[in-house]
Design a binder for this molecule. Structure first.
Ligand code: DAH
Length: 366
């Protein structure tokens, strides 16, 4: 047993003198590891007589505690020394320029949608959304386009190969108009909403991409007429393009979901090859450009949505958000909107701090 005392003292002294974490670890394994000598001694306790065990167990346990404490204390001292060394040698040069902040900007489509939401919020419109994977009924039938309707063919629809669990034919919505139906069904009347979002058509060239963005507008109330439609669009376009001289021309047209339907043209002038909105298209040097589709909501659509068309009337419109962005901010190729090229977004993107507000102006300053 004196042997135990000597071995313990030797181990404690070695721990106190260990110069590195590695040396300390070797020492720990040697004494306290599974095969270490202290652990082996612990195992002998089982074979002793109770009297012998009573005498030796406390001594072996004390030896184990003394060595473990010595290792722990030395480990703390080595850690502290490491830290001291780092503090003494590693320096931070505060005179160096700060590293470049991560940059990021708001896509023109998001920016324009924010601008539209801000303008229409001021006119009392709420923002609604609907699913991009839509069923045939909401996208077509309820908008007065039955199965055989020729207008369905105009939409170049992406259909899913299989019907859903309830046997509905599913598709990628071809326009935001189904949000009209969903909102009327869910909320009834009266309503003033806009519905921005992605839409899909199988079409691709410099001015068409298979996915693009629309914004739908819908007003349902009593005694609504075309005058309300014209005032609303004029007010919105003047606010959006930030000029008072926006002139609209309403042209008779056809959409299954509106009756009467009107196509809205806006006057513009070519400046350095770019279209600048403003003035009548009939003025010298000016022309008309088709901007959006609209009309009085068809009675059949109001019925499909579960409302009484003798009580409720309304108007609706739909327009391309990407095109609106191109017109306002001067890009000329739609495909670049979705290329994800950093140089493009650095050039055309907007600061996230530049929120459109009516008080500061909806036009971005970037
Ligand atoms: N849904 C039409 C389209 O994608 C656009 C449209 C026209 C929407 C007239 C309307 C509307 O709400 O009244 O081509």
């Amino acid at each position: 047993m004196d042997d135990l005392q000597t071995r313990t003292e030797t181990a404690v002294a070695a721990a106190c003198a260990a110069a590195t974490h590695d040396a300390l670890e070797t020492l720990r394994v040697d004494a306290l590891g599974k095969q270490g000598w202290v652990s082996q001694l612990m195992k002998t306790l089982g074979k002793m007589t109770p009297e012998e065990r009573q005498e030796k167990a406390p001594r072996i346990q004390a030896a184990r505690a003394a060595i473990a404490n010595a290792i722990e204390a030395r480990k703390a001292a080595l850690d502290a020394a490491d830290l001291e060394r780092k503090l003494a040698t590693e320096t931070l040069d505060l005179t160096l320029p700060a590293p470049q902040l991560p940059t990021g900007s708001v896509h023109p489509v998001s920016q324009v949608m924010d601008e539209l939401a801000e303008i229409f919020a001021d006119l009392g419109f709420a923002v609604k959304t609907g699913p991009e994977i839509e069923d045939d009924w909401h996208n077509f039938t309820a908008l007065n386009m039955p199965e055989s309707h020729p207008a369905r063919a105009m939409h170049d629809t992406f259909y899913f190969p299989d019907s859903d669990a309830e046997g509905r034919r599913m598709l990628l919505r071809t326009h935001t108009s189904p949000v009209q139906i969903r909102t009327m069904v869910q909320e009834g009347a009266p309503l003033r909403i806009i519905a921005p979002g992605r839409v899909y058509r199988s079409d691709s060239d410099a001015t068409h991409t298979p996915m693009f963005h629309q914004i739908e507008g819908l007003v349902i109330d009593k005694g609504i007429h075309l005058g309300h439609l014209k005032w609303t669009l004029e007010t919105f376009l003047k606010a959006f393009f930030e000029r008072e001289d926006i002139v609209l021309r309403l042209r008779p047209s056809y959409f299954p979901f509106t009756e009467p339907s009107v196509e809205v043209d806006v006057g513009f002038e070519l400046v350095d090859g770019k279209r600048v909105l403003g003035g009548s298209g009939d003025e010298p040097g000016h022309a008309w450009m088709e901007l959006l589709g609209s009309g009085m909501v068809n009675r059949r659509v109001i019925e499909f949505a579960g409302l009484d068309p003798d009580e409720w009337q309304g108007f609706a419109w739909g327009l391309g958000v990407d095109r609106l962005a191109m017109l306002k901010y001067g890009m000329d190729d739609l495909r670049a909107f979705f290329d994800g090229d950093r140089r493009w977004i650095d050039h055309y993107g907007f600061s996230p701090f530049d929120q459109p507000t009516l008080s500061a102006g909806v036009g971005a300053k970037a």
